[in-house]
Design a protein around this ligand. Structure first.
Ligand SMILES: [Zn+2]
Length: 493
């Protein structure tokens, strides 16, 4: 008897089967001989891009004219959540449609001796790329390296995996070169990833001039000028870490000191915006080129990110917390012959990306998938949005975020930190913690109960589909150390 797909079980367990707004669909039919050719798929993932810094998500600066124009040709999801606030776990969730605690590909974690472990996606995981590959697609990933590498198991299912930190211009040039040489008889699935807006910021002058205060001569201008000059003259390994350490890190306030002075902070944010502006310009060029090449008509294009970035709104810089600055990501999709200009106000997750694309292309969805197949061409959810979405991180401590409608809760299971609850409709910045109020308490109780069920479902999913991650470099380990790691649950290789 076939197993029930996990995405349906998940909806039923959380009482959402009637309310989630998307219905399970039957298996795709075999296409007839005269059916339209299957669409190509391009995912353009801008690492560390928070949604609220794009014009089409309400940002006051003109960072994203090309992405805004693209939004008018397809559907924009106003509230898409990343499954994690850092790169590897979020990509693991995008590629497998399972939560981070299921696939276990955290950026890093610690063993019992406190030594770092670098997990790798289980070979048994059924990835989105494998599904496209099995369906006859040519599959290609072009990534900026870092934590989106073969060593993390992310090359599974890709015919071609090109990975290395080189910025958005280089990555898009590489993508075009691959597209020019492809077999035109075969549809393609392309995953295109860039760290361009991730630290360290090295945008070109023309974009900095567009967004920064020209009179600012403080420490972050010095840092940016040094970083730009260095990156133009040198090709270094681990460039992200090297440039960050050499030029920026010394200028950031120490932990617990709070945000930099407002002039410094504004310039730093304008550097981030300049990186977005640069990325947007390159994306605009790519769209124009695809139209010239007649690749536009039959290609599904999806623009998103793996997590956002925090600028000390809650005391920290980077993406180590689970406030919305970090979890709320852009999600825009354009489908062949689709209607343009749709905006969806309901909650979705990056876990929904894989089943949605597979269903759209008529490809079977693996049973291990936990996300929902969204109908990208549906203008409005049929009823009130009660979809639960969940985000988490393991570093520097376990943090959970849960959202239903406009209600959000944050939990810190392994520390003394008290839970937090926010009503995002009136408090989008998450500054009025409602956990001490009767309604806040009632909501928190409901969240804790739901997450208990969810944790069990996650553990069952990992066990049923053999998704416990492997350990990077495990072959070099002694039998004793291997046994230790196996005891921690890292058993698959
Ligand atoms: Zn990332």
């Amino acid at each position: 008897m076939p197993r029930t797909p996990h995405r349906f079980l998940f909806a039923l367990l959380l009482g959402l089967a009637q309310a989630c707004g998307e219905t399970p669909s039957p298996a795709p039919e075999t296409p007839s001989a005269d059916a339209a050719p299957p669409p190509n798929v391009l995912i353009f993932l801008v690492d560390t891009l928070r949604a609220d810094h794009l014009g089409c998500y309400g940002y006051e600066k003109d960072t994203s004219p090309n992405i805004d124009a693209f939004a008018k040709e397809g559907t924009l999801y106003e509230f898409a959540w990343a499954a994690a606030s850092s790169t590897s776990p979020s990509h693991g969730s995008i590629f497998t449609s399972t939560y981070p605690r299921v696939h276990g590909v955290w950026n890093r974690t610690l063993d019992q001796k406190g030594e770092p472990i670098f997990p790798r996606l289980a070979d048994k995981a059924e990835t989105m790329a494998e599904s496209f590959q099995n369906a006859g697609y040519a599959t290609v990933a072009i990534t900026d390296g870092g934590n989106v590498t073969e060593s993390r198991g992310f090359a599974q299912g890709f015919d071609h995996f090109d990975s290395g930190f080189s910025g958005v211009r280089n990555r898009v040039t590489t993508a075009k070169a691959w597209l020019e040489k492809r077999n035109e008889e075969q549809p393609f699935f392309m995953f295109l990833h860039t760290y361009q807006v991730h630290t360290p910021y090295i945008p070109e002058s023309e974009f900095v001039e567009k967004f920064a205060d020209p009179d600012y001569q403080g420490k972050y201008r010095t840092a940016w000028e040094g970083a730009l000059e260095f990156s133009e003259k040198n090709q270094v390994k681990n460039a992200i870490r090297v440039i960050q350490q050499r030029f920026y890190k010394k200028h950031h306030p120490k932990e617990g000191e709070g945000a930099p002075d407002s002039e410094d902070l504004n310039f730093l944010i304008s550097l981030y915006d300049a990186e977005i502006g640069l990325t947007d310009a390159v994306f605009g060029d790519l769209v124009a080129w695809m139209k010239e090449q007649e690749l536009w008509e039959n290609t599904v294009i999806l623009v998103t990110s793996d997590h956002g970035e925090e600028f000390w709104e809650h005391g920290q810089y980077g993406h180590h917390q689970v406030y919305d600055h970090t979890l709320h990501v852009p999600f825009l999709v354009r489908t062949p012959n689709g209607v343009g200009g749709l905006r969806r106000p309901d909650n979705i997750e990056l876990l929904d990306l894989m089943p949605s694309l597979l269903e759209l292309c008529g490809i079977p969805i693996p049973n291990s998938v936990m996300g929902r197949a969204l109908n990208f061409q549906s203008a409005l959810p049929p009823q009130e949005d009660t979809q639960n979405v969940i985000g988490e991180t393991n570093w520097p401590e376990e943090q959970m975020a849960f959202r239903t409608g406009k209600n959000k809760a944050m939990l810190f299971p392994n520390s003394n930190r008290r839970p937090e609850a926010y009503l995002l409709e009136t408090d989008p910045g998450e500054h009025k913690n409602r956990v001490g109020t009767p309604t806040g308490q009632a909501f928190l109780k409901q969240v804790i109960e739901t997450l208990e069920t969810w944790r069990k479902l996650c553990a069952d999913t990992r066990a049923e589909y053999g998704l416990a991650p492997a350990i990077r470099n495990i072959r070099q380990l002694s039998p004793e150390r291997l046994a230790e790691l196996q005891a921690l649950g890292y058993v698959e290789w």
